[in-house]
Design a protein around this ligand. Structure first.
Ligand SMILES: Cc1cc2nc3c(=O)[nH]c(=O)nc-3n(C[C@H](O)[C@H](O)[C@H](O)COP(=O)(O)OP(=O)(O)OC[C@H]3O[C@@H](n4cnc5c(N)ncnc54)[C@H](O)[C@@H]3O)c2cc1C
Length: 381
């Protein structure tokens, strides 16, 4: 058992940290206020292959292992959670399923532009009446000659406002039968696909999360990902990887909370002492640091299993659950350490507090992660 990163993983962390500190940290607050997604910075990230992290080099990706992927997502999220969300969703629940379940033709046509960052991807599962329960989708696909016609409403689509390719989950004929659950790759410019207003969110405000509406949107059969009936399998297998990404994102936010809180507690004096001299503050910092380290280990373990093609459903759920709750707790402790200043917009801890919360909600709420974990208990050693 080895606990140190490989030389390559250490270089990847250094590069991602330098890039994030130079290019993302300075614009993160502005993205939060204006909601502007910086396409020019995304282009620089594409040049670093951050949009095809685990996709093989033959398709324009970086061909990295999952641990390296988690490291990059953590470092980006530490500087700018909204951009960490973009990279995590694009890589793990949009590009990766196209790689895993796509045909050779789909790899050329759809995967290569995703991996090169020429197109940003989405994962469109959630609907107004289908959230935690992804089996009750109302989006419907009807066969039409050599293609399909799609109708339905997808909501809370991360990257929606800037997406080029969208994975749409739907039932054939609206049957609700698992053997008719399908996934389709739909180009944003296709007639019948419309994007709604970007959501006014509490946090992650730099990511253009929006609804995607399908209104008699006709697509050719070659845009179906996997076979008819494979939709639930694709959703579940994709989310197992996705949860590692959200865990890494939460970890980055938690680490940022610790970084700024330690700095503040060192600089701020009360009772003629820096805050770091008070036992209560030391306790907050120690708890944050311990939970962060534990979250990182859980994430790396889930990555390690996934890289070896081993079952990682339980471990990725544990990593996501624990890292998300660590981010929320670290933001809460961090804000407390900042006192009244933490409640103002003068310090970034206020943004971290808002950004952290959603990690407990998307790609399966904490309650759903606990359900997934409990279901696996006793099933294997
Ligand atoms: C910023 C943001 C970005 C998002 N991005 C995407 C995206 O890119 N693609 C996408 O498809 N979706 C996305 N989502 C949607 C997200 O995945 C859902 O919000 C989430 O899965 C929960 O679904 P829901 O909101 O309908 O809540 P519900 O399912 O209605 O749940 C409400 C509450 O009930 C609890 N609950 C539900 N079922 C159970 C149960 N069986 N046992 C115990 N408790 C239960 C939940 O844990 C929660 O506390 C995003 C959401 C947000 C806020």
């Amino acid at each position: 058992m080895r606990f140190e990163p490989s030389m390559k993983q250490a270089v990847i962390r250094r590069t991602a940290r330098r890039f994030s500190e130079e290019k993302l940290a300075p614009i993160a607050a502005e993205m939060d206020v204006t909601g502007r997604f910086p396409l020019e910075v995304a282009a620089e990230m594409a040049a670093l292959q951050y949009f095809g992290l685990v996709i093989p080099q033959s398709f324009g990706g970086a061909g990295l292992d999952m641990i390296s992927y988690a490291i990059v997502v953590e470092e980006i999220s530490r500087a700018c959670a909204a951009m960490g969300l973009c990279v995590s969703v694009h890589n793990s629940v949009s590009a990766y399923p196209v790689y895993e379940f796509g045909t050779r033709e789909q790899h050329e046509k759809f995967l290569a532009p995703l991996a090169k960052g020429e197109k940003i991807g989405t994962f469109c599962l959630t609907e107004p009446n289908a959230g935690s329960d992804a089996s009750c989708l109302e989006t419907m696909a009807v066969r039409d000659g050599d293609g399909y016609i799609l109708n339905g409403n997808k909501i809370f689509v991360t990257n929606g406002g800037v997406s080029g390719l969208n994975l749409i989950f739907a039932f054939l004929n609206g049957s609700g039968k698992s053997k008719e659950y399908c996934v389709f790759i739909v180009e944003s410019e296709r007639r019948g696909l419309d994007k709604g207003q970007v959501e006014e969110l509490m946090g992650m405000r730099g990511n253009p999360v929006c609804p995607i509406i399908l209104n008699d949107c006709r697509i050719p059969a070659e845009n179906r990902l996997g076979e008819e009936g494979q939709g639930m399998k694709i959703a579940l297998s994709t989310l197992s990887g996705g949860r590692i990404g959200i865990g890494a994102q939460a970890l980055g936010i938690a680490q940022a909370c610790l970084d700024v809180s330690l700095r503040y507690a060192t600089e701020r004096h009360q009772f003629n002492k820096p805050l770091t001299e008070f036992d209560a503050i030391k306790g907050f910092l120690a708890d944050m640091a311990t939970r962060i380290e534990a979250a990182r280990l859980l994430i790396f373990r889930a990555c390690w299993l996934r890289d070896r093609g081993m079952d990682h459903v339980r471990e990725s759920a544990m990593a996501k659950l624990f890292a998300s709750e660590t981010a929320v707790e670290s933001a809460r402790y961090g804000l407390q350490i900042h006192g009244g200043y933490g409640y103002s917009k003068a310090y970034p801890i206020e943004r971290y507090y808002r950004d952290a919360k959603v990690c407990e909600i998307y790609e399966g709420t904490s309650e759903i992660q606990r359900m997934v974990i409990a279901r696996t208990l006793g099933k294997r050693s």
